[in-house]
Design a protein around this ligand. Structure first.
Ligand SMILES: NC(=O)c1ccc[n+]([C@@H]2O[C@H](COP(=O)([O-])OP(=O)(O)OC[C@H]3O[C@@H](n4cnc5c(N)ncnc54)[C@H](O)[C@@H]3O)[C@@H](O)[C@H]2O)c1
Length: 281
């Protein structure tokens, strides 16, 4: 599908991968609808896209909240009459497997998994009805293999890969002209390891733990060594144009992880963790 004169809804669109994709889609002639939980970055993102000549609106949205996502859909339809691309991208990172309170797991799963389910429920019926469109769900390399220090995040990203594969097969069975993509990047230079900025107030004290700070510091270093958001945005646009399911911006690490897991399942050695490898395309 070409993006000119189409409408794309992007959650987590105020920064990082979401904002870079909004810029890229807008440059290709798409109308943009941003949904994000952060007020000031959302306003700044809208202003910048307008300066760059985009047709854009933004709606403050907590993707974990079904009503908010339905309101995002209604605003998109009111402004642009149709939606063609839904990019379920908003996400947060937190939570070693050992020592993370259930409320923190619930927050991560609420944003990263329920957020995607809310996006599917709100937008996929529109795409099926018009028999045209594309759904992109943001998973991660952390959805292709377990990573120490990131149990809750990995759980949410494995869930995302499962949901996205199931969605693909359901749409295939219907014979509908709607594409589906699973975005599985390694490290990308964004603020993902500052996710605590959007944590509910009652959970903030959890970040004081030494283990959490160690993971966040390591994660922030890896993210800073990661690829630029524009490379991810380019790969996403290519996947929409060419109707490609897997978006593997860090191809070697994705294949290595998957092959190692297969060998492990067949009785071979456990997978090894290579954070540096996960920073490279
Ligand atoms: N940066 C990486 O290395 C990396 C790697 C793999 C996957 N990802 C995934 O990419 C996606 C985008 O993250 P990013 O790296 O651009 O980080 P980011 O922190 O720069 O952007 C995330 C955006 O999501 C928004 N957000 C957070 N909670 C929200 C909520 N409840 N409702 C709506 N919006 C919310 C934030 O305000 C922010 O604008 C996430 O799903 C993340 O897990 C990132």
């Amino acid at each position: 599908m070409e993006l000119k004169d189409k409408t794309a809804v992007i959650t987590g669109g105020a920064s990082g991968i979401g904002f870079a994709t909004a810029q890229r889609f807008a440059a290709s002639g798409a109308n943009i609808v941003l949904g994000d939980i952060e007020d000031a970055p959302l306003a700044a993102a809208i202003a910048r896209l307008k300066d760059e000549g985009a047709n854009v609106i933004g709606v403050k949205t907590d993707v974990a909240n079904e009503e908010d996502v339905l309101a995002l859909r209604d605003a998109a339809l009111a402004e642009f009459s149709a939606v063609h691309v839904i990019f379920n991208n908003a996400g947060v990172a937190a939570g070693p497997t050992i020592g993370t309170p259930l409320k923190v797991w619930d927050w991560v799963m609420g944003v990263n998994v329920n957020g995607i389910v809310n996006g599917i429920n709100a937008f996929v019926p529109l795409l099926l009805e018009q028999n045209e469109g594309h759904v992109i769900n943001t998973a991660s390399l952390a959805g292709l293999g377990g990573v120490p220090g990131m149990g809750a995040y990995c759980a949410s990203k494995f869930a995302t890969v499962g949901i996205t594969e199931s969605l693909y097969h359901e749409i295939q069975l219907r014979g509908a002209n709607v594409g589906v993509s699973a975005l599985c990047p390694g490290f990308v230079k964004t603020r993902i390891f500052e996710s605590q900025r959007n944590m509910p107030n009652e959970l903030i004290s959890y970040n004081e733990s030494a283990d959490v700070q160690a993971v966040n510091n390591l994660g922030a270093q890896a993210v800073n060594a990661g690829i630029d958001v524009s490379i991810v945005a380019e790969a996403i646009e290519k996947a929409v144009r060419e109707n490609q399911f897997w978006i593997l911006t860090h191809f070697k690490a994705a294949i290595r992880t998957t092959e190692q897991r297969l060998e492990w399942m067949k009785g071979g050695a456990p997978t090894t963790i290579n954070l540096e490898g996960a920073t490279k395309p």
